[in-house]
Design a protein around this ligand. Sequence first.
Ligand SMILES: NC(=O)C1=CN([C@@H]2O[C@H](COP(=O)(O)OP(=O)(O)OC[C@H]3O[C@@H](n4cnc5c(N)ncnc54)[C@H](O)[C@@H]3O)[C@@H](O)[C@H]2O)C=CC1
Ligand SMILES: O=C(CO)COP(=O)(O)O
Length: 325
Amino acid sequence: MNNKPQNITILGAGAWGQALAHLAAINQHTVRLWSRHSPVSLEDTLANTDIILCAISMKGVRDVANLVNSVNEKSLKNTIVVTATKGLEPYTTYTPSQIWETIFPHQPVVVLSGPNLSKEIEQKLPAATVVASKNVVAAQQIQLVFSSQQFRVYTNPDPVGVELGGTLKNVIAISAGVCDGLHLGTNAKAALVTRGLTEMVRIGNTLGAKTETFYGLSGLGDLLATCNSPLSRNYQVGYQLANSKTLPEVLSSLSGTAEGVNTCRVLMEIAQKHSIAIPITEQVYQLLAGEITPRQALDKLMLRDIKSEFDNFPVEQIWSRGEKC
Ligand SMILES: NC(=O)C1=CN([C@@H]2O[C@H](COP(=O)(O)OP(=O)(O)OC[C@H]3O[C@@H](n4cnc5c(N)ncnc54)[C@H](O)[C@@H]3O)[C@@H](O)[C@H]2O)C=CC1
Ligand SMILES: O=C(CO)COP(=O)(O)O
């Protein structure tokens, strides 16, 4: 493991890219920030880089990965790619790490994801995160690079699960914003977030993630952070829709990207393809499409057919075992 200061190139100079640059600088690493608006070329920025960290919004990931590949294919021999984007690509339904792995099949790719609201990190408040990779040594290297008194970094062997936790919770955060915007109370919010986690596990399992990862920092942890904080852009989308704003009005007032809006559309495609029940996501989708009001979405969720709490555990099975009382 290399404990020396590293040359880190951060792609994306938005809220998260800047916060990660601050966290890396705590440990004396040399950080270069690049965005599509940078005066310095990508080629110059990438010279002698040890680590490329991508904090670009989902819609730009493939283009930027191709750009990196075109300018610097040969000189990236020992470079670790870290992806911190929380989204899914339309049509391919790829996660960001799958895009990087396809374009850079010989580089170690590490996912970094957790309950990390950038505004709190900018205020130097403490936080924890997770790094995960098929390449365990690369994940441990990134853990070393970012661990500090302000930022506690855990490793995890399930990169798909870690990445999907951060991505799928954005849609549930929109629904949590609606819940608070309608003043539905703490009971309703607890029910919504818990059932939201069930949807995340269903989708995650179908895409190859481990269930237990969703109960860790990158799943439940990030779900709690974004569903309970007005600092979350995704939460804000739901909150403001519940306060009679239109989606274009909300998006134009946001500082930065609310990935849950596009992720929701991709999740509907995945759910239809694999016949997965994701009722909360479905209501968020219809709400974002302007097909229903927040109140109608609530009624639809409350009036669904009654069922057992757990999948593959029908009520009749419990009763037939004489455990009804
Ligand atoms: N802000 C936060 O608290 C956190 C954000 N994230 C994730 O990080 C990603 C970026 O989020 P933010 O920095 O908050 O967003 P942002 O909107 O502040 O910045 C986005 C960055 O991506 C670049 N970008 C956008 N579209 C592009 C395109 N088509 N081509 C090239 N570059 C493009 C922008 O120029 C900018 O540098 C998102 O996936 C988000 O979910 C993850 C953890 C925390
Ligand atoms: O992912 C995040 C916190 O972990 C940021 O959430 P928002 O994108 O909703 O602001």
